[in-house]
Every structure is written in C-alpha cells, then in structure tokens.
Design a protein around this ligand. Structure first.
Ligand code: SP5
Ligand code: ZN
Length: 373
C-alpha cells in the first residue's frame, strides 16, 4: 500500500498542551507520525510517497476563509503583540449562553475581535489545542497528504491508500479549530472526492473521539454519509456532540450515524459497532470510503478509555476492506506512542488482506523508530 507522508508535520512542534487550565505534556506530538512512518517502512510492504501541492481551493471548499486567515497569522500576531508564550491557546470563548436572548439579526452582527487572544477564542473550540510557529504550514501539509491519498485512489488506480496526516483533522469544523485539529483533512478529501466523482461518499470515523467537525461540515448534506464510533460524549471530549439522536437535517437527515460506546469497551463490542457502521455504509450508494483512523481506542492509550488490542485493528481493516469499496485512509488520533506503529501496520495489512506477521528479525522494528535529525 502507498503511504503519503511529509516531514512538514515536524513544524507543528508542540511539547505542552493545556488540560483544565494547566500546562501538561502534549499528547499530539511529532513522534507519533515518525513512529508510524518508521514501522511501515520496516514492514517492507509499504511505499512512502510525498504529497503534491493542491493549493487553497479544496480547503476553502470546506472551511471559512476567516479560519484560514487566522491560522496563517495567529503566530505572527502573537509575536507582534509581544505575548511571550511557548504556544498560543485561548482563555475566552464565545459560548452560546453569552448570547442568550439575542435575535438572529443581532447574532449576525457579532464580529471577530482584533486582539489575538480574542481571535483564538473566536476560531477555537478548546484550550487543549496549542498553536506554534509551524502549525499553519504543518496543517497545510496534512491537507496535501489527504488530497494526495485521494488522488492515488481516484486517479492512481489504487484500491486503498493511507495518508499519514499530522496534525489530525476531525474536530475542525467549517469555522473552528480544536482537539489537536486545524483543517479537517478527511472532510476536505471527502468534499473533493464527491466533487470529482459526482458520487456520494461515505466517511467511517473510528477515532476514539467523536468527529464533531466532520459531522458539522456535512450535517445538511445527503451526499456525504458520516458514521462515527466513539466514546460517549457525556464523559469524553468533545462533550457537546456525538449522541445517537444527531442524525443530520434537511437533505442530510439520516446521513449521520453516531455509535457511542461506554468506557471499558473491548474488542468484541467494538467489532459489533464496526459491523453496524459498515452495514449502514453498505446501504448507501458510492464506491469510495474515507476512513478517519484513530488508535486512541487502544487499551493503553493515555487519553482513551477503551480496551482494544493490536489484533482487532487487523480484523477491523479486513472488515472495512470487505465492503468492496475503494479506501482513502487518513490518520487522526492515537497517543500511546510505543504501539502506534504496530497498530497502524496491523490495520493497513488487514485492509490489504495480508496476514499480521511480525517484522523479521534484523528489520528496522518499531524500537528502531527514530526522529529525523
Ligand atoms: C484527534 C484527537 O484525537 N483529538 C483528541 C482531542 C482531545 N482533547 C482533550 C484531551 C483531554 C486530555 N485529558 C487527559 C486526561 C488524563 N487523565
Ligand atoms: Zn481522538
């Protein structure tokens, strides 16, 4: 299988994030993508390719131009305002209760603030999403990775391809960054695929967290079916979306499927949810599935509460491939770094119908994964 990768992700070089108002070690770090890359190279059955530049238009087909302008200028403005921080996060957000009782007309007069501390709240969902100097370029790179992965499947004759996107994307909405995400890589790919094929597209999101951004972007769309398996938002980020009764509206009614699972969910209950999601996708027209692939469902994940094993990722990859559709597989979350490479290798080998054999001795195993430089 071809793997699309770019070192541009290294510019999103974060070491700390905020958790409930306190700086803690970052989860979404560069080592994640480097571990996956090194393990897939060591496997020998994957071919790394670089992304091609796709320019701003596919991003603007999904995102508010104001979000793009903000992300482009966020770090330079932080420096211009002489804010001496290692990373930028918001502390003031326009939450819905601030505007309670106001009319749509009054709401439509709300405007983006000038100060970066206001702008980062205006365009952001949460304070756990650090922005640094290289964040914008890395986010652009992840979009090019996603779109190049789509190209391999649409134009390159590949049945399946994997985009090693970093930063991830599924929490980013049309006008919002959040949850370690800046641009919604999977939504941008799905929109591009729908436009180029004229066919409906399905998105299967198996990250541990609900993909609130992807749901929001396609909420009223009947031609993009979104199915997500995730932790119950009553307990887990993004907290405010991801419930089963969110089914889409207008032409999109019935084209959104949320399968929320409890803490402690293990392999067999998870596979049951996978089968439900795949059955729903099989009932929709179209020949391409975009997979939002997360490994924060893994038993040892530091922010997840599920109990999946490496072996089940191989099985899930097989079951998804058994749909018989072309697969554009894009990396989202997953934070237990020692097993990320093995978990990705298991999933992708499953999707190719290859058995999960260990990397041969003398191979460049996951323990040999090294940061470049
Ligand atoms: C793409 C993706 O997986 N984004 C996840 C964003 C999660 N943000 C909230 C993280 C909260 C971390 N809580 C740590 C609790 C440790 N006990
Ligand atoms: Zn996640």
């Amino acid at each position: 299988m071809k793997v699309v990768y770019t070192p541009r992700h290294l510019g999103h070089d974060v070491s700390r994030e905020t958790f409930l108002g306190q700086a803690v070690a970052a989860n979404e770090v560069a080592e994640r993508a480097e571990r996956i890359r090194a393990t897939l190279v060591a496997d020998g059955g994957f071919e790394l390719v670089g992304p091609t530049a796709h320019g701003p238009d596919p991003i603007l087909a999904v995102h508010d131009p104001g979000l793009v302008r903000f992300l482009e200028d966020a770090w330079p403005q932080t420096r211009r305002e002489a804010i001496d921080r290692a990373f930028l996060v918001a502390d003031t957000y326009p939450v819905r209760a601030m505007f309670e009782g106001m009319s749509d007309a009054a709401m439509s007069r709300l405007r983006e603030p000038r100060a970066v501390g206001g702008r980062v709240g205006w365009w952001g969902l949460d304070s756990g999403n650090p922005i640094v100097q290289g964040t914008y370029d890395a986010a652009l790179g992840a979009v090019d990775v996603a779109l190049t992965t789509a190209d391999l499947v649409l134009d390159g004759g590949q049945t399946a391809a994997y985009g090693l996107c970093r930063p991830p994307g599924h929490h980013a909405g049309r006008s919002m960054a959040g949850g370690y995400c800046f641009f919604n890589n999977a939504a941008i790919a799905a929109e591009s695929i729908a436009g180029r094929t004229g066919e409906p597209v399905a998105i299967l999101d198996v990250d541990f967290h609900h993909g609130n951004g992807t749901q929001q972007i396609f909420w009223r769309r009947g031609d993009v079916f979104y199915a997500s398996i995730h932790a119950d938002p009553a307990d887990i980020y993004p907290f405010f979306l991801g419930h089963a009764d969110e089914v889409g509206e207008g032409p999109g009614e019935g084209a959104n499927l949320n399968l929320a699972l409890p803490a402690g969910t293990g392999d067999s209950d998870y596979l049951g949810a996978v089968d439900r999601a795949l059955e729903a996708i099989a009932g929709t027209p179209g020949s391409v599935v975009v997979v939002s692939l997360g490994f924060d469902t893994y038993g040892q994940d530091p922010i997840g509460t599920f109990a999946l094993t490496t072996g089940v990722y191989h099985e899930i990859g097989q079951r998804v491939a058994a749909l018989g559709r072309r697969l554009v597989i894009l990396q989202e979350g997953g934070y237990y770094r020692p097993s990320l490479g093995e978990n990705a290798r298991a999933w992708l080998r499953g999707a190719e119908g290859r058995p999960l054999e260990p990397i041969p001795a003398g191979g460049f195993g996951p323990e040999g994964a090294r940061m470049p430089g």
